[in-house]
Design a protein around this ligand. Structure first.
Ligand SMILES: [Zn+2]
Length: 62
């Protein structure tokens, strides 16, 4: 018997907590009263919702 997540290659992104795309209100309001929003991808996982768990990423740039 193998654990269910034994071969998962990536983890849920800790920056967006698994919600890679958020809709941000532009601050404007249309004439009909609705507020337009724009989708923004998470800058850490680039909209994938997951991050790779390679240690090289943690030490890169040091
Ligand atoms: Zn993310």
């Amino acid at each position: 018997m193998m654990p269910q997540h034994s071969h998962a290659p990536a983890r849920v992104c800790g920056h967006c907590d698994g919600f890679p795309t958020v809709h941000i209100a532009t601050g404007n309001r249309r004439s009909d009263g609705t507020r337009p929003t724009i989708p923004v991808d998470c800058p850490v996982c680039h909209g994938t919702g997951t991050i790779r768990t390679r240690r090289a990423l943690a030490t890169a740039g040091r």
